[in-house]
Design a protein around this ligand. Sequence first.
Ligand SMILES: *[C@@H]1O[C@H](CO)[C@@H](O)[C@H](O)[C@H]1NC(C)=O
Ligand SMILES: *[C@@H]1O[C@H](CO)[C@@H](O)[C@H](O)[C@H]1NC(C)=O
Ligand SMILES: *[C@@H]1O[C@H](CO)[C@@H](O)[C@H](O)[C@H]1NC(C)=O
Ligand SMILES: *[C@@H]1O[C@H](CO)[C@@H](O)[C@H](O)[C@H]1NC(C)=O
Ligand SMILES: *[C@@H]1O[C@H](CO)[C@@H](O)[C@H](O)[C@H]1NC(C)=O
Ligand SMILES: *[C@@H]1O[C@H](CO)[C@@H](O)[C@H](O)[C@H]1NC(C)=O
Length: 339
Amino acid sequence: MRNFVNLVQTAIFLIFIACEIQSELNLRPVLGIITQKTSEVFEPLVPYNSTYIASSYVKFLEMAGAEVVPIISTWHKKRIERVIRKVNGVLLPGGAAPFNESSYWDASVIAYKVAVELNDKGVYYPLFGICLGFETLHEIIAEENSTSFFDSENLTIPLNFTQMAYKSRLFKDMSKELMQSLLFDNITLNMHKMGVSTKTFQNNEKLKRMFQVLSTNLDRDGREFISTVEGIKYPFYGTQWHPEKNIFEWTPFQAINHGPTAVKVTQHFANFFVNEARRNKNKFASEEELESLLIMNYKLIWGAGVSAFGQIYIFQDETFLKIKKNKNLKKINSRIDNK
Ligand SMILES: *[C@@H]1O[C@H](CO)[C@@H](O)[C@H](O)[C@H]1NC(C)=O
Ligand SMILES: *[C@@H]1O[C@H](CO)[C@@H](O)[C@H](O)[C@H]1NC(C)=O
Ligand SMILES: *[C@@H]1O[C@H](CO)[C@@H](O)[C@H](O)[C@H]1NC(C)=O
Ligand SMILES: *[C@@H]1O[C@H](CO)[C@@H](O)[C@H](O)[C@H]1NC(C)=O
Ligand SMILES: *[C@@H]1O[C@H](CO)[C@@H](O)[C@H](O)[C@H]1NC(C)=O
Ligand SMILES: *[C@@H]1O[C@H](CO)[C@@H](O)[C@H](O)[C@H]1NC(C)=O
Protein backbone atom coordinates (compact mmCIF):
# COMPACT_ATOMS: atom_id res chain seq x y z
CA MET A 1 0.00 0.00 0.00
CA ARG A 2 2.78 2.35 0.97
CA ASN A 3 4.53 1.59 -2.32
CA PHE A 4 1.34 2.20 -4.20
CA VAL A 5 0.90 5.62 -2.61
CA ASN A 6 4.49 6.49 -3.48
CA LEU A 7 3.88 5.39 -7.03
CA VAL A 8 0.77 7.53 -7.33
CA GLN A 9 2.59 10.50 -5.84
CA THR A 10 5.45 10.05 -8.28
CA ALA A 11 3.02 9.74 -11.18
CA ILE A 12 1.20 12.92 -10.16
CA PHE A 13 4.52 14.69 -9.81
CA LEU A 14 5.63 13.57 -13.28
CA ILE A 15 2.34 14.65 -14.84
CA PHE A 16 2.75 18.00 -13.09
CA ILE A 17 6.26 18.38 -14.51
CA ALA A 18 5.05 17.42 -17.99
CA CYS A 19 2.29 20.05 -17.80
CA GLU A 20 4.78 22.61 -16.58
CA ILE A 21 7.02 21.92 -19.56
CA GLN A 22 4.02 22.17 -21.90
CA SER A 23 2.88 25.44 -20.45
CA GLU A 24 6.37 26.83 -20.58
CA LEU A 25 6.32 26.74 -24.35
CA ASN A 26 5.92 30.09 -26.02
CA LEU A 27 2.69 29.66 -27.95
CA ARG A 28 3.15 32.87 -29.91
CA PRO A 29 6.60 32.50 -31.47
CA VAL A 30 7.85 35.44 -33.52
CA LEU A 31 10.76 34.88 -35.86
CA GLY A 32 12.99 37.44 -37.50
CA ILE A 33 14.05 37.14 -41.14
CA ILE A 34 17.00 39.21 -42.36
CA THR A 35 16.41 41.33 -45.46
CA GLN A 36 18.96 41.86 -48.22
CA LYS A 37 19.51 44.40 -50.97
CA THR A 38 17.47 43.85 -54.09
CA SER A 39 19.55 42.89 -57.09
CA GLU A 40 19.35 44.56 -60.53
CA VAL A 41 16.71 42.11 -61.69
CA PHE A 42 14.22 43.75 -59.33
CA GLU A 43 14.86 47.24 -60.65
CA PRO A 44 11.68 47.66 -62.67
CA LEU A 45 9.70 46.71 -59.56
CA VAL A 46 11.28 48.49 -56.62
CA PRO A 47 12.69 51.83 -55.49
CA TYR A 48 16.44 52.17 -55.45
CA ASN A 49 18.26 50.73 -52.42
CA SER A 50 15.36 48.64 -51.19
CA THR A 51 15.84 45.36 -49.38
CA TYR A 52 13.60 42.33 -49.78
CA ILE A 53 12.52 38.96 -48.43
CA ALA A 54 11.15 36.29 -50.74
CA SER A 55 7.65 35.53 -49.44
CA SER A 56 8.38 31.78 -49.48
CA TYR A 57 10.48 32.19 -46.33
CA VAL A 58 7.70 34.07 -44.60
CA LYS A 59 5.08 31.48 -45.48
CA PHE A 60 7.47 28.70 -44.49
CA LEU A 61 7.48 30.00 -40.91
CA GLU A 62 3.87 31.11 -40.84
CA MET A 63 2.56 27.72 -41.87
CA ALA A 64 4.15 26.22 -38.76
CA GLY A 65 2.50 28.71 -36.42
CA ALA A 66 4.96 31.59 -36.19
CA GLU A 67 4.64 35.28 -36.89
CA VAL A 68 7.38 37.06 -38.81
CA VAL A 69 9.18 40.33 -38.17
CA PRO A 70 11.56 41.51 -40.89
CA ILE A 71 15.02 42.44 -39.64
CA ILE A 72 15.53 45.27 -42.09
CA SER A 73 19.23 45.27 -42.77
CA THR A 74 19.35 48.96 -43.73
CA TRP A 75 18.19 49.97 -40.25
CA HIS A 76 20.72 51.42 -37.85
CA LYS A 77 22.73 48.62 -36.24
CA LYS A 78 21.38 49.47 -32.78
CA ARG A 79 17.82 49.10 -33.97
CA ILE A 80 18.66 45.80 -35.68
CA GLU A 81 20.09 44.50 -32.41
CA ARG A 82 17.12 45.74 -30.36
CA VAL A 83 14.66 43.89 -32.58
CA ILE A 84 16.81 40.75 -32.72
CA ARG A 85 16.71 40.69 -28.92
CA LYS A 86 12.91 40.68 -28.94
CA VAL A 87 12.19 37.92 -31.45
CA ASN A 88 12.39 34.20 -30.60
CA GLY A 89 14.96 33.27 -33.23
CA VAL A 90 16.20 34.32 -36.65
CA LEU A 91 16.13 32.85 -40.13
CA LEU A 92 18.93 33.82 -42.51
CA PRO A 93 17.38 33.34 -45.95
CA GLY A 94 18.95 32.51 -49.29
CA GLY A 95 19.73 35.07 -51.96
CA ALA A 96 22.65 36.72 -53.65
CA ALA A 97 24.00 39.31 -51.18
CA PRO A 98 27.79 39.25 -50.94
CA PHE A 99 29.01 37.60 -47.75
CA ASN A 100 30.93 40.54 -46.50
CA GLU A 101 30.40 44.25 -47.10
CA SER A 102 26.63 43.90 -47.31
CA SER A 103 23.89 44.99 -44.94
CA TYR A 104 22.69 41.35 -44.92
CA TRP A 105 26.10 40.25 -43.72
CA ASP A 106 26.24 42.94 -41.01
CA ALA A 107 22.77 42.05 -39.72
CA SER A 108 23.67 38.34 -39.78
CA VAL A 109 26.76 39.00 -37.67
CA ILE A 110 24.58 40.83 -35.11
CA ALA A 111 22.06 37.95 -35.07
CA TYR A 112 24.84 35.43 -34.59
CA LYS A 113 26.48 37.37 -31.75
CA VAL A 114 23.19 37.91 -29.94
CA ALA A 115 22.24 34.24 -30.38
CA VAL A 116 25.55 33.02 -28.95
CA GLU A 117 25.35 35.49 -26.06
CA LEU A 118 21.77 34.56 -25.13
CA ASN A 119 22.36 30.81 -25.40
CA ASP A 120 25.46 31.15 -23.24
CA LYS A 121 23.24 32.84 -20.64
CA GLY A 122 20.82 29.93 -20.76
CA VAL A 123 18.26 31.58 -23.05
CA TYR A 124 17.35 29.18 -25.86
CA TYR A 125 17.66 31.17 -29.11
CA PRO A 126 17.60 29.31 -32.44
CA LEU A 127 19.07 30.29 -35.82
CA PHE A 128 18.42 28.72 -39.19
CA GLY A 129 20.46 29.53 -42.29
CA ILE A 130 19.31 28.50 -45.74
CA CYS A 131 21.62 28.55 -48.79
CA LEU A 132 23.24 32.02 -48.57
CA GLY A 133 22.25 31.97 -44.89
CA PHE A 134 23.99 28.61 -44.48
CA GLU A 135 27.13 29.94 -46.16
CA THR A 136 26.99 33.17 -44.16
CA LEU A 137 26.82 31.28 -40.85
CA HIS A 138 29.84 29.23 -41.90
CA GLU A 139 31.79 32.32 -42.94
CA ILE A 140 31.01 34.05 -39.65
CA ILE A 141 31.87 31.03 -37.51
CA ALA A 142 35.00 30.01 -39.45
CA GLU A 143 36.32 33.58 -39.22
CA GLU A 144 37.87 33.04 -42.63
CA ASN A 145 36.81 32.47 -46.20
CA SER A 146 35.27 29.03 -45.99
CA THR A 147 33.36 28.93 -49.27
CA SER A 148 34.49 27.88 -52.71
CA PHE A 149 32.86 27.41 -56.11
CA PHE A 150 30.63 24.46 -56.96
CA ASP A 151 28.60 23.47 -59.99
CA SER A 152 25.40 23.06 -58.06
CA GLU A 153 22.72 25.37 -59.44
CA ASN A 154 19.37 23.84 -60.24
CA LEU A 155 20.51 20.53 -58.83
CA THR A 156 17.82 18.45 -57.13
CA ILE A 157 19.34 15.42 -55.43
CA PRO A 158 19.02 12.98 -52.50
CA LEU A 159 20.86 13.75 -49.24
CA ASN A 160 23.89 11.67 -48.33
CA PHE A 161 23.27 11.32 -44.57
CA THR A 162 26.09 10.92 -42.10
CA GLN A 163 25.73 8.50 -39.17
CA MET A 164 25.08 11.50 -36.92
CA ALA A 165 21.92 12.40 -38.85
CA TYR A 166 19.96 9.52 -37.35
CA LYS A 167 20.54 10.79 -33.81
CA SER A 168 20.27 14.47 -34.64
CA ARG A 169 17.59 16.77 -33.26
CA LEU A 170 16.66 17.72 -36.81
CA PHE A 171 16.03 14.21 -38.09
CA LYS A 172 15.40 11.98 -35.09
CA ASP A 173 11.64 12.55 -35.16
CA MET A 174 11.34 12.26 -38.91
CA SER A 175 9.48 9.15 -40.08
CA LYS A 176 11.50 6.32 -41.64
CA GLU A 177 9.60 6.78 -44.89
CA LEU A 178 10.53 10.45 -45.11
CA MET A 179 14.18 9.73 -44.24
CA GLN A 180 14.24 7.10 -46.98
CA SER A 181 12.81 9.51 -49.50
CA LEU A 182 15.42 12.09 -48.59
CA LEU A 183 18.06 9.39 -48.98
CA PHE A 184 16.91 8.05 -52.36
CA ASP A 185 14.69 10.59 -54.10
CA ASN A 186 15.48 13.95 -55.68
CA ILE A 187 13.92 16.13 -53.03
CA THR A 188 16.47 18.75 -52.04
CA LEU A 189 17.01 21.58 -54.54
CA ASN A 190 20.46 23.14 -54.55
CA MET A 191 20.64 26.59 -56.09
CA HIS A 192 24.13 27.80 -55.26
CA LYS A 193 27.43 28.61 -56.95
CA MET A 194 29.33 28.72 -53.66
CA GLY A 195 29.45 26.11 -50.94
CA VAL A 196 31.45 24.72 -48.03
CA SER A 197 33.59 21.77 -49.09
CA THR A 198 33.96 18.84 -46.71
CA LYS A 199 37.69 19.46 -46.72
CA THR A 200 37.35 23.12 -45.74
CA PHE A 201 34.96 22.12 -42.98
CA GLN A 202 37.21 19.39 -41.62
CA ASN A 203 40.20 21.75 -41.66
CA ASN A 204 38.48 24.43 -39.60
CA GLU A 205 38.43 23.79 -35.87
CA LYS A 206 35.80 26.48 -35.24
CA LEU A 207 33.36 24.94 -37.70
CA LYS A 208 33.98 21.46 -36.29
CA ARG A 209 33.40 22.70 -32.76
CA MET A 210 30.16 24.43 -33.76
CA PHE A 211 28.45 22.02 -36.14
CA GLN A 212 27.70 18.37 -36.55
CA VAL A 213 27.52 17.52 -40.27
CA LEU A 214 24.24 15.69 -40.97
CA SER A 215 24.49 15.36 -44.75
CA THR A 216 26.82 15.97 -47.67
CA ASN A 217 26.33 16.07 -51.43
CA LEU A 218 28.31 16.00 -54.63
CA ASP A 219 28.10 18.75 -57.25
CA ARG A 220 28.03 18.01 -61.00
CA ASP A 221 31.82 17.69 -61.00
CA GLY A 222 31.79 15.18 -58.15
CA ARG A 223 33.06 17.68 -55.54
CA GLU A 224 31.65 17.16 -52.08
CA PHE A 225 29.97 19.95 -50.13
CA ILE A 226 28.27 20.09 -46.73
CA SER A 227 24.48 20.16 -47.19
CA THR A 228 22.89 19.98 -43.71
CA VAL A 229 24.31 20.91 -40.28
CA GLU A 230 23.11 21.33 -36.72
CA GLY A 231 24.82 22.98 -33.79
CA ILE A 232 26.46 20.66 -31.26
CA LYS A 233 25.94 22.99 -28.31
CA TYR A 234 23.75 25.71 -29.84
CA PRO A 235 20.30 25.45 -31.49
CA PHE A 236 21.76 26.59 -34.82
CA TYR A 237 20.80 24.84 -38.06
CA GLY A 238 21.68 25.14 -41.70
CA THR A 239 20.73 23.69 -45.06
CA GLN A 240 22.63 24.50 -48.21
CA TRP A 241 19.49 23.35 -50.05
CA HIS A 242 16.07 25.01 -50.09
CA PRO A 243 13.31 23.48 -47.95
CA GLU A 244 11.00 26.49 -48.48
CA LYS A 245 10.81 26.21 -52.26
CA ASN A 246 9.10 22.80 -52.40
CA ILE A 247 5.82 24.32 -51.30
CA PHE A 248 6.00 27.98 -52.18
CA GLU A 249 7.98 28.62 -55.35
CA TRP A 250 6.86 27.72 -58.86
CA THR A 251 9.37 29.12 -61.34
CA PRO A 252 9.71 26.69 -64.28
CA PHE A 253 13.42 27.56 -64.41
CA GLN A 254 14.24 25.61 -61.26
CA ALA A 255 13.85 21.87 -60.77
CA ILE A 256 11.74 22.25 -57.62
CA ASN A 257 10.14 19.03 -56.38
CA HIS A 258 6.50 19.78 -55.54
CA GLY A 259 5.54 16.17 -54.85
CA PRO A 260 3.72 15.11 -51.67
CA THR A 261 6.88 13.75 -50.05
CA ALA A 262 8.89 16.88 -50.82
CA VAL A 263 6.06 18.91 -49.29
CA LYS A 264 6.22 16.81 -46.12
CA VAL A 265 9.97 17.37 -45.85
CA THR A 266 9.39 21.12 -46.02
CA GLN A 267 6.69 20.89 -43.38
CA HIS A 268 8.99 18.86 -41.14
CA PHE A 269 11.69 21.53 -41.30
CA ALA A 270 9.24 24.37 -40.69
CA ASN A 271 7.61 22.58 -37.74
CA PHE A 272 11.00 21.73 -36.31
CA PHE A 273 12.37 25.25 -36.44
CA VAL A 274 9.22 26.94 -35.15
CA ASN A 275 9.15 24.43 -32.27
CA GLU A 276 12.67 25.49 -31.43
CA ALA A 277 11.46 29.10 -31.35
CA ARG A 278 8.63 28.11 -28.96
CA ARG A 279 11.34 27.38 -26.41
CA ASN A 280 12.34 31.04 -26.37
CA LYS A 281 10.33 33.51 -24.28
CA ASN A 282 11.64 36.85 -25.50
CA LYS A 283 8.80 39.33 -25.68
CA PHE A 284 7.95 42.64 -27.21
CA ALA A 285 7.14 45.47 -24.82
CA SER A 286 3.52 45.52 -25.96
CA GLU A 287 1.11 44.19 -28.51
CA GLU A 288 1.38 47.57 -30.28
CA GLU A 289 5.14 47.29 -30.55
CA LEU A 290 4.90 43.81 -32.04
CA GLU A 291 2.16 44.84 -34.45
CA SER A 292 4.17 47.83 -35.64
CA LEU A 293 7.03 45.52 -36.65
CA LEU A 294 5.18 42.56 -38.14
CA ILE A 295 5.67 41.63 -41.80
CA MET A 296 1.94 42.38 -42.22
CA ASN A 297 2.87 46.08 -42.40
CA TYR A 298 4.70 45.63 -45.69
CA LYS A 299 3.71 45.21 -49.29
CA LEU A 300 3.98 42.02 -51.25
CA ILE A 301 4.97 42.43 -54.87
CA TRP A 302 4.27 39.90 -57.56
CA GLY A 303 7.52 39.49 -59.44
CA ALA A 304 6.40 37.25 -62.27
CA GLY A 305 8.78 37.26 -65.19
CA VAL A 306 11.28 39.28 -63.15
CA SER A 307 11.98 37.36 -59.97
CA ALA A 308 12.17 33.60 -59.66
CA PHE A 309 10.73 33.96 -56.17
CA GLY A 310 7.29 34.91 -57.42
CA GLN A 311 6.27 37.12 -54.53
CA ILE A 312 8.64 39.33 -52.59
CA TYR A 313 8.26 41.73 -49.68
CA ILE A 314 9.94 45.06 -50.30
CA PHE A 315 11.44 47.32 -47.63
CA GLN A 316 12.45 50.79 -48.67
CA ASP A 317 15.57 52.30 -47.20
CA GLU A 318 14.05 54.82 -44.79
CA THR A 319 17.09 57.10 -44.73
CA PHE A 320 17.08 57.15 -48.52
CA LEU A 321 13.38 58.00 -48.58
CA LYS A 322 13.93 60.93 -46.28
CA ILE A 323 16.60 62.52 -48.44
CA LYS A 324 15.39 61.74 -51.89
CA LYS A 325 12.02 62.69 -53.21
CA ASN A 326 12.48 62.85 -56.95
CA LYS A 327 9.54 62.35 -59.28
CA ASN A 328 10.80 59.12 -60.67
CA LEU A 329 10.90 57.54 -57.24
CA LYS A 330 7.42 58.83 -56.47
CA LYS A 331 6.17 57.25 -59.65
CA ILE A 332 7.71 53.93 -58.77
CA ASN A 333 6.40 54.12 -55.22
CA SER A 334 2.89 54.88 -56.34
CA ARG A 335 3.08 51.91 -58.67
CA ILE A 336 3.95 49.74 -55.70
CA ASP A 337 1.30 51.35 -53.51
CA ASN A 338 -1.28 50.47 -56.09
CA LYS A 339 -0.42 46.78 -56.04
C1 LIG B 1 34.95 41.00 -49.22
O1 LIG B 1 35.03 40.08 -50.29
C2 LIG B 1 35.80 40.51 -51.39
C3 LIG B 1 35.77 39.43 -52.44
O2 LIG B 1 34.49 39.06 -52.74
C4 LIG B 1 37.22 40.78 -50.92
O3 LIG B 1 37.97 41.31 -51.99
C5 LIG B 1 37.22 41.76 -49.76
O4 LIG B 1 38.51 41.91 -49.24
C6 LIG B 1 36.31 41.29 -48.65
N1 LIG B 1 36.21 42.29 -47.59
C7 LIG B 1 36.29 42.01 -46.30
C8 LIG B 1 36.06 43.15 -45.37
O5 LIG B 1 36.50 40.88 -45.89
C1 LIG C 1 36.82 32.76 -51.11
O1 LIG C 1 37.56 31.82 -51.85
C2 LIG C 1 37.08 31.58 -53.15
C3 LIG C 1 37.95 30.53 -53.79
O2 LIG C 1 38.10 29.43 -52.98
C4 LIG C 1 37.08 32.85 -53.94
O3 LIG C 1 36.56 32.61 -55.21
C5 LIG C 1 36.25 33.89 -53.24
O4 LIG C 1 36.31 35.11 -53.92
C6 LIG C 1 36.77 34.10 -51.85
N1 LIG C 1 35.89 35.02 -51.17
C7 LIG C 1 36.31 36.04 -50.44
C8 LIG C 1 35.28 36.82 -49.74
O5 LIG C 1 37.49 36.30 -50.33
C1 LIG D 1 17.36 12.02 -59.71
O1 LIG D 1 17.80 12.86 -60.73
C2 LIG D 1 18.81 12.30 -61.55
C3 LIG D 1 19.24 13.34 -62.54
O2 LIG D 1 19.76 14.46 -61.84
C4 LIG D 1 18.29 11.06 -62.25
O3 LIG D 1 19.34 10.47 -62.98
C5 LIG D 1 17.76 10.09 -61.21
O4 LIG D 1 17.16 8.99 -61.85
C6 LIG D 1 16.76 10.74 -60.30
N1 LIG D 1 16.41 9.82 -59.22
C7 LIG D 1 15.17 9.57 -58.86
C8 LIG D 1 14.98 8.57 -57.78
O5 LIG D 1 14.22 10.10 -59.39
C1 LIG E 1 28.38 9.81 -49.26
O1 LIG E 1 29.26 10.05 -48.17
C2 LIG E 1 30.23 9.04 -48.01
C3 LIG E 1 30.98 9.35 -46.73
O2 LIG E 1 31.51 10.63 -46.75
C4 LIG E 1 31.13 9.03 -49.25
O3 LIG E 1 32.08 8.01 -49.09
C5 LIG E 1 30.27 8.76 -50.47
O4 LIG E 1 31.07 8.86 -51.62
C6 LIG E 1 29.17 9.78 -50.56
N1 LIG E 1 28.29 9.44 -51.67
C7 LIG E 1 27.64 10.36 -52.37
C8 LIG E 1 26.80 9.87 -53.49
O5 LIG E 1 27.71 11.55 -52.13
C1 LIG F 1 16.45 23.54 -64.20
O1 LIG F 1 16.08 22.20 -64.31
C2 LIG F 1 14.79 22.00 -64.83
C3 LIG F 1 14.49 20.53 -64.76
O2 LIG F 1 15.56 19.77 -65.17
C4 LIG F 1 14.73 22.54 -66.25
O3 LIG F 1 13.45 22.39 -66.77
C5 LIG F 1 15.13 24.00 -66.23
O4 LIG F 1 15.19 24.51 -67.54
C6 LIG F 1 16.47 24.18 -65.57
N1 LIG F 1 16.74 25.58 -65.44
C7 LIG F 1 17.80 26.16 -65.97
C8 LIG F 1 17.95 27.61 -65.73
O5 LIG F 1 18.64 25.54 -66.62
C1 LIG G 1 22.38 53.11 -51.12
O1 LIG G 1 22.90 52.46 -49.98
C2 LIG G 1 24.30 52.61 -49.81
C3 LIG G 1 24.70 51.86 -48.56
O2 LIG G 1 24.15 50.61 -48.51
C4 LIG G 1 24.64 54.06 -49.64
O3 LIG G 1 26.04 54.20 -49.57
C5 LIG G 1 24.13 54.84 -50.85
O4 LIG G 1 24.35 56.21 -50.63
C6 LIG G 1 22.64 54.60 -51.03
N1 LIG G 1 22.20 55.27 -52.22
C7 LIG G 1 21.28 56.21 -52.17
C8 LIG G 1 20.93 56.84 -53.49
O5 LIG G 1 20.75 56.56 -51.14
